[in-house]
Ligand binder design. Structure first.
Ligand SMILES: [Zn+2]
Length: 405
């Protein structure tokens, strides 16, 4: 690992808002209250106009009721190439709600408190997008050697569901970039892999009876708990098994049950119980094989249940799926990321992002953005000026890769 440039470190540590090219842009983006449940069209409209004024071509893809949109914008290279070998700067526009959180400042007015900028989305993840947008005039002045794209999505915070139509559209347009930089908060460290995640709901239908007549009922809560306990056993097996990758903060696959609901009163054999569970898996572990095992175990209870009541059942609904990705940072975008972050160190993380979806669509991805995940989703979400300065230094270095001079 190379030591970070000490001059750059010193200047980043003493960053002032007036030294930051993207400071006003961050404040502008934060002022759009783009909570996931609400429309993001005002922000998208404003950014689209800004980019088109600078010469970008833009494409929008919408959700079903057209209250939310993804924006994909392209600045072609000087030679007119708009499709091949460029860089995608990617960010989600939505933020998590502030309801019930004790904020000391207006969450949608980014406010400087000492050397920290407070506001919803300053870390997760409007600052990266804003700094990228603010650097466009500089990139254009130097002249683009290869295309530069922006991919701004909706509905990331509710399961990375919004970006799908954007990626489909980009692929259909024949855009084939070198790679994609997703600016989720990593402390400006280069993340080259993350786990996948898949989740389900299990619904157990039993048979009600007076609790004094237990054999005449089918106890849905107890059967559900048998399945939950089996999942917990699988979690212990993953933890002690040999499928491990020490590069991850949690180096093994983790199944987990997060919510359970069942029963009405102690003196009634419960008819219904449901629970939700997920698996956050290393990219080389198969979530479907895990699920098949859960289902097979659940099926062993069904004959006895249906002997009491033929209408009893155990059913599963898939809730979400997001792949993992990991090629150990052996691709061109990771090389660019290492150069721009001035470090050869790379990391792997357990949380999922849109990066794997770009990666799967033949757009190799890395994750690198200002701020830390611990500061995201919190009241008084903040990002340090030092992190913003490091992100700007990253963009300065990126100019060497995308610009002619
Ligand atoms: Zn995020």
């Amino acid at each position: 690992m190379n030591a970070p440039d000490s001059r750059h470190r010193l200047s980043a540590a003493h960053a002032r808002p007036e030294d930051l090219a993207g400071f006003d842009m961050i404040r502008r983006l934060v002022a759009f209250p783009t909570v996931s449940r609400d429309s993001n069209l005002e922000l998208i409209g404003w950014v689209r106009a800004y980019l088109e004024d600078l010469g970008a071509t833009t494409r929008l893809t919408f959700n079903d009721d057209r209250r939310k949109a993804n924006l994909f914008a392209t600045f072609p290279a000087r030679d007119g190439n708009a499709t091949t070998g460029g860089i995608v700067l990617s960010g989600h526009t939505d933020v998590v709600p502030v309801d019930g959180q004790p904020w000391d400042t207006d969450p949608f007015e980014a406010t400087l408190v000492g050397d920290r900028l407070h506001g919803r989305g300053v870390t997760d993840m409007k600052s990266f997008s804003a700094i990228g947008l603010a650097f466009v005039p500089q990139f254009l002045r130097r002249g683009l050697a290869r295309p530069l794209h922006f991919a701004l999505s909706y509905d990331e915070e509710v399961g990375c569901i919004g970006v799908h139509p954007l990626i489909d559209d980009v692929v259909a347009q024949g855009v084939a970039p070198t790679g994609c930089i997703v600016g989720e908060p990593t402390g400006m460290q280069l993340v080259v892999a993350h786990k996948g995640k898949k989740s389900w709901r299990c619904r157990v239908r039993g048979h009600e009876a007076h609790s004094s007549l237990a054999p005449q009922g089918v106890n849905a809560v107890q059967i559900a708990c048998e399945i939950v306990a089996w999942i917990a056993g699988r979690a212990r097996a993953f933890r002690s098994g040999d499928h491990q990758d020490p590069a991850y903060d949690v180096p093994f696959t983790t199944p987990h049950v997060g919510a359970i609901r069942g029963g009405t009163a102690l003196n009634i054999i419960p008819r219904d119980c449901s629970f939700e569970f997920e698996i956050r898996h290393l990219p080389f572990d198969d979530p479907d094989a895990f699920f098949a095992d859960v289902r097979r175990h659940a099926d062993t209870f069904v004959p006895a249940m249906q002997a009491v009541d033929p209408a009893a059942y155990i059913e599963f609904d898939q809730l979400s799926t997001l792949p993992g990705f990991d090629d150990d940072g052996r691709n061109a975008i990771a090389d660019i990321g290492r150069a721009c972050s001035q470090s050869d160190a790379t990391y792997k993380v357990s949380y999922a992002t849109e990066a794997s979806l770009f990666h799967r669509a033949s757009m190799p991805a890395v994750i690198c953005g200002p701020g830390h995940i611990e500061q995201a989703h919190q009241p008084n979400e903040w990002v340090s000026l030092e992190q913003l300065a490091r992100c700007e230094a990253f963009m300065q270095s990126l100019a060497k890769h995308v610009c002619v001079a």
